[in-house]
Design a binder for this molecule. Structure first.
Ligand code: AMP
Length: 282
């Protein structure tokens, strides 16, 4: 695996792979890699692509400065994991390399309200920063495929929307959410959980499964109420538990009228904010 801090170095390496007829798969990350990230790299390699991974803790997508300051950083360990997973190129740029002075990265896209619900309500500005960095990284890497995780459902929905609106060529591929044996979705932020909250956090997945089991049986409002109570009963502080249409991200009240329904949840486990989701239908 070759590692680059500069756009020019990375681009030269990618150009040489493309000249050999290789297909490029891009996996953007913020590092502190776990099996969830690595599964995306393995998918890309199995699909016959050269995997290009970026590690960049993007300041513009953090609405909470505490979260940014405490975001785990462990580039050496990440690098070892990526080598083992078969990653070809690692891009680990500085903030100045991604946002050189004078470059306007702002986007002007109608997001059709998809950025105004769930994470958009509780993390103002997050999706603007996220889309800007993904677009900037896509401009740098120019991949054939973009791999993202189901874990960040709203994030990839917005990225898919951006790809469509801007007619960008990369094909988006989604990897399933990898979980710990007790059901907790793998996340870099799990490293910051206290032992007490780590033990309680699997209630999030239990609540999502409860929602799936109850969907055909009781009204959506009752499901939400029960799932929020389950989470709160463990001492976690839920921000939302929403059942949304998988395409429009609008709230679902009558599941029979929606072909895709996804339950999405965000909650605080002490000082750590966790998100998760589960496809309830189909
Ligand atoms: P992050 O480093 O948190 O920005 O995540 C980078 C990519 O890895 C995103 O596309 C995430 O959706 C994906 N990802 C994060 N956690 C998981 C997980 N538990 N399972 C699968 N993919 C994940």
């Amino acid at each position: 695996m070759k590692s680059y801090k500069t756009v020019n170095g990375l681009r030269r390496s990618i150009a040489s792979l493309k000249a050999q007829g290789r297909r490029i798969a891009f996996i953007p990350t913020m590092g502190a890699l776990h099996e969830g990230h690595i599964s995306l790299v393995r998918m890309a390699v199995q699909d016959g692509c050269e995997a290009v991974v970026s590690i960049f803790v993007n300041p513009s997508q953090f609405n909470n400065q505490e979260d940014l300051a405490h975001y785990p950083r462990m580039p050496e360990k990440d690098s070892q994991l990526l080598v083992r997973a078969g990653c070809s190129l690692l891009f680990i740029p500085s903030v100045e390399e991604v946002y050189p002075p004078g470059l306007d990265v702002s986007l002007h896209i109608d997001l059709e309200g998809k950025d105004q619900v769930m994470e958009g309500v509780f993390r103002p500005g997050h999706f603007k920063g996220m889309l800007e960095v993904v677009k900037r990284l896509l401009d740098i890497v120019e991949p054939d495929f973009l791999y993202m995780g189901q874990k960040d459902f709203q994030q990839y929905s917005l990225v898919a929307h951006m790809l469509r609106m801007l007619n960008l060529s990369p094909v988006l591929r989604i990897g399933e959410t990898l979980r710990e044996p007790d059901g907790l979705a793998m996340s870099s932020r799990n490293l910051r959980l206290t032992p007490e909250f780590r033990q309680k956090a699997p209630v999030i997945f239990r609540a999502l499964n409860h929602a799936r089991a109850q969907l055909p049986l009781i009204p959506v409002s009752k499901i939400q109420e029960e799932c929020l109570s389950m989470i709160a009963a463990e001492g976690l502080k839920p921000e939302y538990f929403e059942l949304v249409d998988g395409n429009s991200l609008t709230a679902v009240s009558d599941p029979a009228r929606h072909p895709n329904v996804v339950a999405c949840v965000a909650c605080w486990a002490g000082a750590v904010r966790l998100i998760d989701n589960l496809v309830l239908k189909p």
